[in-house]
Design a protein around this ligand. Structure first.
Ligand code: ADP
Ligand code: ZN
Length: 707
């Protein structure tokens, strides 16, 4: 395995131009591949830092990088951000005024631009110019748009295949956040870059807290949620236009600054709303899924799904719009059976019905999962985490189980006595002995199981029945009005006393403190810095996060810089921003300190705001030269856990020097042991053979390496 080779020059460029000290996973490897002149396919999740993978090589090489990007808003944002870092960049599209176009083109021809952004529709208008200038690389952003497999197919992208033909010597990098491998293959094929080296970063977004709650009293739950998220930007996704309006109205009535956004609004209204969100003037957008595409806003702190999305891809993309600055963000999904029924109706009759229903089912399974959500989510994308994540509702509040055999028998028996003709709601009503017209009309009060579970609340009983469906005891016939039927498993519950364990439903709790709230707790200083950022942004006509991301402001609150040198150490402060902004920001910091000396000192003492994920802490110590055992002592964790951390870091794209984990002679010893052991498939046998002197993790690794 290669050992990371840090080239000082690109690290220097990283700090002086972008103000960062470290590369994010895979960035460095991708940049080096591009600098070698190779074609590249870079796959990274949202917020993974794709832009830097072509922006930095553009700076390191002479000439201009040509960046193809699908949306004007995206181009504009990136150009604003580059310029605020003192990098000369411009964009070109057909809707610009003629004068602006002329200026951009003459700058391009004069070699004044390091990066030139262009829409796929326009690039071929400029063919002649492109042949006359010094191009150092082509970057195709959102490259999945080239594939009709993908979800945002753009016909104009397909013409980009001829770029490689016309400019065979110039390296091309394609970037996307699409996980699906059919699309990835299609991208390299269509762009004619068959030899492109593929870099796939982990899709994990560890800063997103994953939360799923039953979709009851949603508005009340949202209002409760918002109490601890005041003044943070967030998006609520709804299924219908009508509900976007009604939810927004209710939030407005409760004093929140919310706007509805849907396809029924004029394009002018939509772009106004989008702009006021991007510029932090409107905090909350209640939208149908149309909203959020092509928005680079990095400080969206939460996303709520008022309704369940129709598949996991959509869900992940939508929650992915929060926390792009990698600070904690809270994502909350409301799950209701009614939504499932509704979504099934939408899918039915479509030519891809079967496919859509299968995806919906996976979504439903995710929502109903009783084990770590992130493992389920990433597992869906083919990435398998070794450990529970610690940052989802299930990890924070693991369910407790009880012997639910008797209850399961009651439910199954009710389903049987209702001749397997009734849907969930009626089955529950009968079990609870409900005295309503529907029950009486059908004479169900005479059924033998009527009222046998009257001691269980409606909501809990609903949860139990859903669990029984998930455990395969009951089945729901969606095509037949959702009637519940018994499976063979139900028969063994009823007649063979098969044991069933049920998870106790979580009680509706007070809004708990999640990582999101505790770690991004705002301080007086943070608010003041945010205000200054807003004022500067307005003056310059750029979105606030172009001046500084929330992450940079948090870093200022944590480090309380006093001098320009200290200010230069803030994450996101490169040379240009140091010169432009050190003075006004230092001024605000000092003023706040004078007013509030105690608080400021406390802030300095606080050790860094961003909670580094635990596996990365272990990695940092490993990179500092500590052995696994030393790290295990230092962190008071078992060596197996430390090893699991390193493995996780490796899977997410970090370089690990394997040589330092296990010596060749140790591998040899393990191979030799294979012959002397009776059952070489059991790790325990090795462990005992070595008299407990070689830890399990090392045995596993040794066997793996000797395969
Ligand atoms: P993507 O396009 O993959 O969604 P971006 O390129 O917009 O991601 O980057 C996401 C955020 O991460 C941006 O705010 C960017 O400035 C920041 N970022 C990029 N590289 C680094 C780095 N090496 N260290 C810290 N932050 C970074
Ligand atoms: Zn988890």
């Amino acid at each position: 395995m290669p050992i990371t080779n840090t080239t000082p020059t690109i690290k220097d460029l990283l700090k002086t131009n972008f103000g960062y000290d470290q590369f994010l996973p895979n960035q460095e490897k991708i940049i080096q591949n591009v600098l070698k002149g190779n074609d590249t396919l870079a796959i990274m999740p949202t917020g993974g830092g794709k832009s830097l993978c072509f922006q930095l090589p553009a700076l390191a090489l002479s000439g201009t990088a040509i960046v193809v990007s699908p949306l004007i808003a995206l181009m504009k944002d990136q150009v604003d951000a580059l310029r605020s870092n003192g990098i000369s960049a411009a964009y070109f599209n057909s809707s610009q005024p003629q004068e602006e176009q002329q200026k951009t083109l003459s700058d391009l021809q004069a070699g004044k631009l390091k990066l030139f952004y262009v829409a796929p529709e326009s690039i071929f208008l400029l063919e002649d110019t492109l042949h006359r200038i010094d191009i150092n690389l082509f970057a195709i952003d959102e490259a999945h748009c080239i594939s009709s497999w993908g979800h945002d197919f753009r016909p104009a992208y397909t013409r980009l295949g001829s770029l490689k033909e016309q400019f065979p010597q110039i390296p091309l990098i394609a970037l996307t956040a699409t996980a699906d491998s059919a699309t990835q293959d299609d991208i390299t094929k269509q762009l004619a870059i068959p030899k492109a080296k593929k870099f796939i970063a982990s899709f994990d977004r560890p800063n997103l807290y994953l939360d799923v709650r039953p979709g009851q009293k949603r508005i009340q739950q949202i209002l409760q949620f918002l109490k601890s998220h005041r003044e943070e930007s967030g998006i609520i996704y709804c299924l219908s236009r009508k509900s976007t309006q009604s939810v927004a109205d209710k939030l407005l009535a409760a004093g929140y600054d919310a706007k509805a956004y849907h396809a029924g609004l004029s394009s002018e209204e939509r772009s106004n709303i989008q702009e006021s969100f991007v510029n932090d003037r409107t905090a909350i957008i209640v939208a149908t899924i149309a909203f959020g595409m092509g928005i680079d806003k990095s400080n969206v702190r939460w996303v709520i799904h008022y309704n369940m999305p129709k598949n996991i891809e959509g869900y992940y993309q939508e929650i992915g719009r929060s926390g792009r600055d990698r600070l904690p963000a809270h994502t909350l999904l409301f799950y209701s059976f009614a939504d499932v029924v509704q979504l099934r109706k939408f899918a039915e009759g479509s030519p891809t019905e079967e496919y859509q229903l299968a995806k919906l089912e996976r979504m439903q399974q995710f929502a109903e999962a009783l084990s770590c959500r992130r493992r389920a989510l990433l597992g869906y994308f083919g990435e398998h985490l070794q450990e529970d994540c610690g940052n989802c509702d299930i990890c924070k509040n693991p369910p407790t189980y009880f012997d639910g055999t008797l209850l399961a028998q009651k439910v199954c028996s009710a389903v049987a006595r209702l001749q397997e003709q009734e849907a969930l709601g009626m089955v529950i009503d009968v079990l609870r002995g409900a005295q309503n017209a529907q029950v009486f009309n059908k004479g169900y009060q005479g059924v033998k199981t009527y009222g046998v579970a009257s001691d269980v609340s409606w909501r809990d009983l609903q949860q139990y029945v859903i669990q029984l469906i998930n455990q395969g005891v009951l089945e729901i016939r969606f095509h037949e009005n959702g009637r519940l039927t018994l499976t063979p498993l139900a028969k063994s519950v009823l007649f063979e006393n098969r044991k069933i364990y049920l998870a106790r439903p979580l009680q509706e709790k007070e809004e708990e403190k999640t990582t999101s709230e505790s770690a991004v707790k705002t301080s007086g200083l943070f608010d003041k810095l945010k205000k200054l950022r807003g004022t500067l942004a307005k003056e310059m006509g750029v979105p606030a996060y172009v001046i500084f991301s929330d992450a940079s402001l948090k870093d200022m609150v944590a480090k309380v810089p006093q001098t320009e040198t200290e200010f230069a150490n803030i994450s996101g402060v490169g040379q240009a921003k140091l010169e432009k902004y050190a003075t006004p920001f230092l001024k605000v910091i000092k003023e706040e300190q004078k007013k509030n000396p105690k608080k400021a000192i406390k802030a300095t003492k606080k050790k860094g705001f961003k909670k580094t994920p635990t596996h990365l802490l272990s990695l940092a110590l490993f990179n500092d030269g500590l052995t696994v055992d030393e790290i295990s002592k230092e962190r008071n964790l078992t060596s197996g856990t430390i090893y699991a951390h390193l493995e996780k870091a490796h899977i997410s794209g970090e370089e690990i020097e394997i040589e330092r984990l296990i010596k060749p002679e140790e591998i040899d010893k393990i191979i030799a042991a294979k012959d002397s052991i009776e059952s070489p498939e059991s790790l325990k046998a090795y462990f005992e053979y070595f008299e407990a002197k070689v830890p399990y993790w090392k045995i596993k690794l040794g066997l793996h390496l000797s395969e």
